[in-house]
Design a protein around this ligand. Structure first.
Ligand code: AAL
Length: 390
């Protein structure tokens, strides 16, 4: 028994080890702790604390799912493919009503398809957005819309946009309105989509619109990531300047890698300086961003390794994933009350318009505008915001 003290010491040490590992492996309480627990975590649990603003989706202000509603007021000629509405602008509220601008195609026949672009003529469209104009509509409630007419017509050849003017977005700056849009110089499907951005301006959202008749955001130089296209121009006001986010792509089909960049100007007609860190978002398709707290949030969907995410950049430039979600709106065009107020306290969004692409029979594809509702607002008690929460 002379070894008894040693044995007792060993037994106690073993008990301590058991207790320690039991504590280390203690099950999580029913509620996920808000702070990262001080214990060994799996990689997935480390990541949920380190990579996302809040571990529980319902506590993450930039998490939402999306609800869709059919709109009233738009006629699509029985969906025969000859009328299309797509790529809506963000929505603004002026003169007691909501305004939206969008690509409208009204052609004798449906598009033949981009792969048959050689068959396109002055009357036969190649893609859904070929031979289009920019139209606008107004609404009292965001569900029923009244189409008001054309805002931007196609100009005479060879002016920028003579083949098609599409994919517009609105800026309000010092009491004037600016529509930025893609100006096609040939049919989509040949090299038409390698288009730059043009701009028109007006004193009222009702127009009349004056075309600046110039390229306002040019394609990048040969070899640059954005040499081929400048798509989906999306203006916000930040730091007293105009921030235009846009989409471009590395490479050509079938190896196109879509990303998003930023161009900044002090005057809406330019010159725009492309950000030296471009591209600033590595995934996504159409651009869709909004002021959020001090920074900018982005809906990132459809293409790339980070699709189906909502991202955030405090400086509007260095984005990271805030949440992962599903069934996101395509060409999402939110109603953003503070898009142009140069806010450092962005309040978020609760609804907007988006498009659904109807891929009918041979070449009969056209798109329709739909409404989406979401839960990305900080103003939970604002009755207008609350009314639209999912
Ligand atoms: C879209 C946008 C651009 C493209 C085409 C029409 O939804 O990304 O506008 O050029 O598809």
């Amino acid at each position: 028994m002379k070894n008894a003290p040693i044995l007792i010491t060993l037994a106690l040490a073993q008990l301590a080890t058991v207790c320690l590992s039991a504590e280390e492996q203690a099950p999580f309480p029913y509620q996920l702790p808000k702070e990262k627990p001080d214990r060994k975590l799996s990689e997935a649990m480390e990541r949920i604390y380190d990579n996302y603003p809040a571990p529980q989706p319902e506590d993450n202000e930039l998490f939402s799912q999306f609800k869709y509603t059919e709109l009233k007021g738009f006629d699509y000629r029985d969906g025969d493919g000859t009328v299309s509405r797509r790529d809506p602008s963000k929505i603004i509220f002026e003169n007691g009503k909501y305004y939206v601008w969008y690509t409208k195609r009204d052609t004798k026949v449906p598009p033949v398809g981009m792969h048959r672009a050689a068959e396109a003529t002055d009357e036969i469209p190649s893609a859904d957005w070929d031979l289009s104009e920019i139209w606008y509509a107004t609404s009292a409630d965001g569900f029923t819309w009244e189409e008001q007419g054309v805002a931007i017509k196609r100009p005479e050849k060879p002016l920028v946009g003579w083949r098609s003017v599409t994919t517009t977005d609105i800026l309000k700056w010092k009491g004037k309105y600016y529509l930025y849009y893609q100006g096609f110089m040939e049919a989509s499907g040949t090299r038409g989509d390698d288009c730059p951005v043009a701009v028109s301006y007006a004193d009222s959202p009702e127009g009349p619109w004056t075309a600046a008749n110039k390229v306002v955001i040019p394609n990048g130089p040969e070899g640059a990531w954005d040499q081929y296209s400048i798509h989906d121009p999306y203006p916000l006001v930040r730091d007293g300047k105009i921030y235009i986010y846009y989409k471009s792509d590395f490479g050509r089909d079938p190896h196109k890698v879509r990303m998003q960049g930023l161009a900044i100007a002090e005057d809406p007609l330019g010159p725009f300086t492309k950000h030296p860190l471009n591209p600033v978002i590595t995934s996504g398709h159409e651009t869709s961003l909004f002021p959020f707290k001090e920074g900018v949030a982005a809906l990132v969907y459809k293409d790339g390794p980070e699709h189906n995410t909502i991202q955030y950049a405090e400086d509007g430039v260095n984005f990271s994933i805030a949440s992962i979600t599903e069934l996101m709106p395509y060409a999402a065009a939110p109603y953003i009350p503070d898009a142009f107020t140069d806010t450092k306290d962005g309040r978020g969004i609760t609804w907007g318009l988006a498009h659904f692409i109807n891929q009918g029979g041979k070449g009969r594809n056209h798109s329709i505008l739909v409404r989406f509702d979401c839960d990305l607002s900080l103003d939970v008690n604002d009755p207008q915001m609350k009314e639209h929460r999912v």
